[in-house]
Design a protein around this ligand. Structure first.
Ligand SMILES: [Zn+2]
Length: 137
């Protein structure tokens, strides 16, 4: 079996409303050309930062390790989105609070990934329902 590599692995929510936006994001990031593995789980970064069950975090980390091992991925994109159902029970009274909460989870997720995968660059984004994605530093 020939080796087949891609540049990145994306962790993104399962939400069908963002299917088109994800395709556009891949294009903007030039990942349609360079290739990207895509892992879609409800809540994306929440599974790393504050999983409902620790096994959810372990499963996601294992999937990422598989991407790196099989496809030589050099970047992980961790992307959360606006109005996420996995955050539905959280206290997000307004869009500022929502962005604050997602930013916190994205940073915590990034820190965990950097610890586990020190040679892989981790990029974090928050995507609006209209597809606009802003980097979270
Ligand atoms: Zn979601």
């Amino acid at each position: 079996m020939a080796a087949h590599h891609c540049r990145a692995c994306i962790i993104f929510c399962m939400d069908f409303r963002l299917n088109g936006a994800l395709t556009a994001f891949l294009s903007i990031q030039e990942l349609d050309e360079d290739g990207a593995d895509i892992i879609r789980v409800a809540g994306a970064a929440k599974n790393l930062a504050r999983p409902n069950d620790p096994r959810d975090r372990d499963f996601l980390l294992e999937q990422l390790a598989t991407s790196a091992r099989l496809h030589g991925t050099r970047q992980f994109y961790l992307v959360n989105h606006e109005d996420c159902g996995a955050y539905g029970l959280e206290q997000v009274p307004d869009s500022d609070a929502e962005l604050t909460l997602h930013s916190r989870d994205l940073r915590a997720g990034r820190a965990l990934l950097q610890e586990r995968f020190p040679t892989i660059e981790v990029l974090t984004y928050f995507m609006r329902l209209d597809g606009r994605a802003e980097p979270i530093f």
